[in-house]
Design a protein around this ligand. Structure first.
Ligand SMILES: Nc1nc2c(ncn2[C@@H]2O[C@H](COP(=O)(O)OP(=O)(O)OP(=O)(O)O)[C@@H](O)[C@H]2O)c(=O)[nH]1
Ligand SMILES: [Mg+2]
Length: 256
């Protein structure tokens, strides 16, 4: 894998389009890294209509794995904490070591969809660890930081890496995070939109700090994955691109 190095361990390597949940095989043991608990599905999502009980006591109908990827410091861990706990991790930046995960069950149009969300380390030195997890991911949220141009420039390299290691049909969404930091912004919204269009990706700007579009990003992923599982659904066809375009809020909306 070819990857540009930047002074702050900024990642980098390339593209893919969106796609469908694949059946997961058992996860190989990786010493020193977090792994799913007993609630993790061992052989793909359970069938709809046969509710399962997760190890945390959450009932769910279907389960999917979502991975957060992007340069170190773009806000992956904060995005996950915002989504899971509704809080913001302010203060000292503690860089993720290896990989970690959290579960959350969403109600998606009457179905309990469990997302097992993997928070990867953006630092280059953990790349070989995180690469091994791509193949099991049903969806990827690829983040850059709108206040950090290098993190945006590295998106293409991340897309290359995704293309190399993830399922060809993985659901992929591009997120420009930290839009609350208007003064420090160096990546315009239009630049993010342009890049996303170039690669055919759904795109939103988010803020883990204010919560802007955070729940929406995960809900959109869950809706897309659920739809792909329901082969002969009578529900209207869900269109991920249109949904995030329609529902996504602007950076100046809804400040606390
Ligand atoms: N203003 C602002 N700061 C944020 C936001 N999200 C994250 N941060 C800050 O950015 C820094 C890095 O956030 P993390 O979530 O730890 O970054 P990360 O992508 O997980 O980094 P690695 O674990 O090293 O890959 C922290 O100091 C956060 O407080 C956001 O939406 N707005
Ligand atoms: Mg982190």
């Amino acid at each position: 894998m070819s990857r540009k190095k930047t002074p702050k361990n900024k990642g980098a390597s390339a593209p893919a389009a969106s796609a469908l949940p694949a059946v997961n095989g058992p996860r190989p043991a990786r010493p020193g890294t977090a792994r799913p608990g007993p609630e993790a599905p061992r052989s793909g999502p359970p069938q709809p209509g046969r509710p399962s009980l997760g190890g945390g006591g959450d009932f769910y109908d279907v389960a999917f794995k979502v991975m957060l990827v992007g340069d170190s410091g773009v806000g992956k861990t904060c995005l996950l904490v915002r989504f899971k706990d509704g809080a913001f991790l302010a203060g000292t930046f503690i860089s993720t070591v290896g990989i970690d995960f959290r579960n959350k069950v969403l109600d998606v149009d009457g179905m309990k969809v469990k997302l097992q969300i993997w928070d990867t380390a953006g630092q280059e030195r953990f790349r070989s660890v995180t690469q091994a997890y791509y193949r099991d991911a049903h969806a990827l949220l690829l983040l850059y930081d709108v206040t950090n141009k290098a993190s945006f420039d590295n998106i293409q390299a991340w897309l290359t890496e995704i293309q190399e290691h993830a399922q060809h049909n993985v659901v992929l969404m591009l997120l420009g995070n930290k839009v609350d930091s208007a003064q420090e912004r160096v990546v315009k919204r239009e630049d993010g939109e342009k890049l996303a269009k170039e690669y055919g990706l759904p795109f939103m700007e988010t803020s883990a700090k204010t919560g802007l579009n955070v729940d929406l990003a995960f809900l959109a992923i869950a809706k897309e994955l659920k739809q792909r599982t329901m082969k002969a659904s009578s529900e209207p066809h869900f269109r991920l691109h249109e949904y995030v375009k329609r529902e996504g809020r602007g950076a100046f909306c809804c400040r606390p």
